[in-house]
Design a binder for this molecule. Structure first.
Ligand code: 6LW
Length: 556
């Protein structure tokens, strides 16, 4: 059984501090000074967009479990973020194609304590909705306190502290019907599970005025489309109404390459729900595994009806470079929903997800200043007052570990990377393309053997690499360390260097391989090329996230 199955068993039983202030840094040893961070990314598939087309995925990189909603002619989307902090990225769009992150719904340490959480625990699939002047996100903190709801008048924040909801399971979603609300979610079935992965979908009324559950909870799907076939991991449910029917859409098959989306309908919100005879309405699991540029693991969809009356689905999918291998996580895709005989279909059986497709009939928007789709890059000079919304660390910080000062990011030491009980002084951004170049300029003088500062590329506490400056045998050195599902480091390569000048560190990713360059005084050297990077794939590392790369510092 793959590791994610074990994860699934764990049903959940002031201004952002990260921006706050360390004491002013001095030029002494230990303070790592990062002067610039640049990213340049290119997709492995070559796609030529024609007029009127958009590019899939719409959010490249680790942005899984999308939930989308419309308010007037504005669209909002939210993704899972597990134990990364700040968490629950919220995006805005006017055309469903160009997205701009406007918030992290969890951005105050007081909102959620992710202490001790593994990177793929924490906040699972969220759902965003709007009713009567207020936005709602319902969600589960796995390994922490379970299901909760947060609200905001403005989706750009601030979002409230959680109101905890006393039901088990994961993936809650709100369905609004007039003045009433219901929450559907995945949980254990009402009977002892018949097999591994046997789950159910439940519905209960949500007393939205008091942020609590009301009345009886009803199981509306047991197992999946056909329990005699032992379907696994029915999850990510969403309810909506169209015409005379209530529709329930849900993912089935597990979030790896057997993933799919299925649909049921009923004339009553509590069922009985009948499965669509043409299920699944989206999957790539029966396509030729040897097809070029495959999109796989598609499912976990949510629909939105546009102001023009079209229906669209956001869903997750992956773009592996090898057999179920991708380091960039599960991504957000968009496809139209077509209706026939009052049943919705996202993609007819046997069709591959297209990388280019006709846009929604919505007023076209300019490309976002920081694009989320296609090839793109950016440079962060660290000259703002706070870091951009895209920077994330691991677990909730107990105290600030970085500071922006004079065009640099100053990192103090935190816990060692790999220490699950602590918060490392690590702040990174998602690797969003298989072909990517990530670079930083670093000034740092290690005081003791083992002190480190540089770039870390992290899947989780046991699967990561560090490339940067350390001290080996009493002398400063450039070093590359890695952990491949391990509790201790392996030194891959090292070279002694002088650290009296800034050093540029560059990581080149190309699918399943990585190369590491450093430049001092205009002279460029390669420390290591052709490193097998499959240990940074979600498949090998286990869990639900993608690789996050960025500055890290640690003093012994
Ligand atoms: C999420 C579940 C899933 O809660 O994976 O793919 C879990 N779908 O619905 C974590 O993302």
């Amino acid at each position: 059984m793959r590791p994610f199955a074990t994860w699934r068993k764990w049903t959940a039983g002031g201004a952002a501090v990260l921006m706050a202030m360390l004491a002013p840094a001095t030029a002494e040893a230990q303070t790592a000074r990062f002067e610039r961070f640049s990213y340049e990314g290119r997709s492995q598939e070559r796609v030529q967009l024609r007029a009127g087309e958009y590019r899939n995925p719409i959010l490249s990189g680790y942005y899984p479990d999308p939930s989308v909603t419309r308010v007037g002619d504005d669209y909002y989307l939210v993704n899972s973020s597990f134990a990364h902090f700040p968490g629950l990225p919220v995006f805005h769009s006017k055309d469903l194609v160009n997205w701009t992150q406007i918030a992290n719904a969890i951005d105050r340490p007081g909102q959620l304590d992710l202490a001790g959480r593994a990177v793929s625990e924490g906040v699972f699939a969220p759902d965003i909705s709007y009713h009567d002047g207020l936005f709602y996100i319902v969600n589960t903190c796995v390994g922490c306190k379970g299901n909760f709801v947060i609200t905001a008048r403005n989706p750009a924040g601030p979002w409230s502290d959680p109101a905890w909801l006393p039901f088990g399971g994961i993936d809650p979603s709100i369905f609004w019907e007039g003045d009433k609300a219901y929450i559907v979610n995945n949980d254990m079935p009402a009977e002892p599970p018949r097999y591994e992965g046997h789950r159910a979908i439940w519905v209960q009324e949500f007393d939205w005025r008091n942020l609590r559950m009301a009345g009886e909870r009803t199981q509306i799907v047991n197992g999946g489309v056909d329990i005699s076939k032992q379907p696994i991991w029915i999850e990510g449910p969403h309810l909506f109404k169209r015409g005379r029917y209530y529709y329930l859409i849900a993912a089935e098959g597990g979030t790896e390459d057997k993933h799919s989306e299925v649909v049921f309908r009923s004339e009553s919100v509590r069922g009985p729900f009948m499965p669509f005879p043409g299920n699944p309405i989206l999957t790539q699991r029966d396509l030729d595994p040897a097809r070029p540029d495959p999109v796989t693991s598609t499912g976990h969809a949510k629909f939105v009806e546009t102001q023009a009356g079209e229906w669209w689905a956001t869903f997750l999918g992956t773009r592996p470079y090898g057999p179920d291998e991708y380091n960039i996580g599960r991504e957000t895709f968009l496809l139209p929903v077509s209706w026939r005989d009052d049943w919705p279909v996202i993609l007819p059986h046997g069709r591959p997800v297209p990388f280019a497709a006709p846009r929604p009939k919505l007023p076209a928007q300019p490309r976002a200043p920081l694009p989320t789709a296609g090839d793109f890059g950016y440079v962060d000079e660290f000259d703002g007052k706070r870091l951009a919304l895209q920077w994330v660390s691991i677990r909730t910080p107990k105290q600030p570990f970085y500071r922006l000062h004079d065009g640099a990011l100053l990192l103090a030491s935190g816990a060692a990377l790999g220490d699950r009980q602590g918060v490392p002084a690590f702040i990174g951004r998602r690797q969003q393309h298989h072909i990517a170049t990530v670079s930083t300029i670093l000034r740092y003088r290690p005081a003791k053997d083992g002190d480190r500062a540089g770039l870390a590329a992290v899947q989780n506490d046991e699967s990561w690499l560090f490339f940067g400056i350390t001290r080996l045998d009493g002398a400063p050195a450039i070093a590359l360390y890695m952990r491949d599902k391990a509790k201790t480091d392996t030194l891959v390569a090292s070279a002694h260097v002088a650290v009296d000048r800034p050093i540029t560190l560059t990581i080149h990713a190309n699918g399943g391989t990585l190369a590491f360059d450093y430049t001092i005084g205009g002279e460029r050297r390669t420390l290591k090329a052709g490193l097998d990077a499959t240990f940074l794939s979600t498949h090998r590392a286990g869990g639900f996230v993608g690789t996050v790369i960025g500055p890290y510092a640690y003093a012994r």
